[in-house]
Write a protein that binds this ligand. Structure first.
Ligand code: ZN
Length: 119
């Protein structure tokens, strides 16, 4: 079912204008090096902005790979959500990220400023 998830990730990426569902940073689909160069950021910073498919309802809770359950999220948001012992609901997690962003406790502010200049 990999192809379905890739297709839906791509659709979600387009629907969200290339922005992360949670932190609203811009993301890249491939060509990490180009993205890093375009935004004058390091490769390791760029890695965290990789577009990943996020299941709103986790697969272990019966979530499917269909479009309504897939959003595009950056690697940082996606991996951190699943690192929590009890992953919060997507809306709760979104609020959490917004608070962290305000405190400068997520993607470095300098990075967000640079990437948002291009929009
Ligand atoms: Zn994000």
């Amino acid at each position: 079912m990999t192809s379905q998830i890739v297709k839906n990730r791509l659709k979600a990426f387009k629907n969200q204008a290339g922005r992360c569902y949670y932190c609203e940073s811009i993301m890249w689909l491939d060509k990490k090096e180009d993205f890093a160069a375009d935004h004058k950021i390091g490769i390791s910073e760029a890695e965290k902005l990789k577009c990943t498919a996020e299941h709103l309802i986790a697969r272990c809770d019966g979530g499917k790979n269909n479009q309504s359950n897939i959003v595009a999220a950056c690697l940082l948001c996606n991996s951190e959500r699943h690192r929590l012992r009890q992953p919060p609901a997507p809306t709760q997690y979104r609020e959490l990220i917004k608070k962290r962003l305000k405190k400068g406790n997520w993607h470095p502010k300098s990075l967000l400023l640079r990437v948002s200049q291009h929009v």
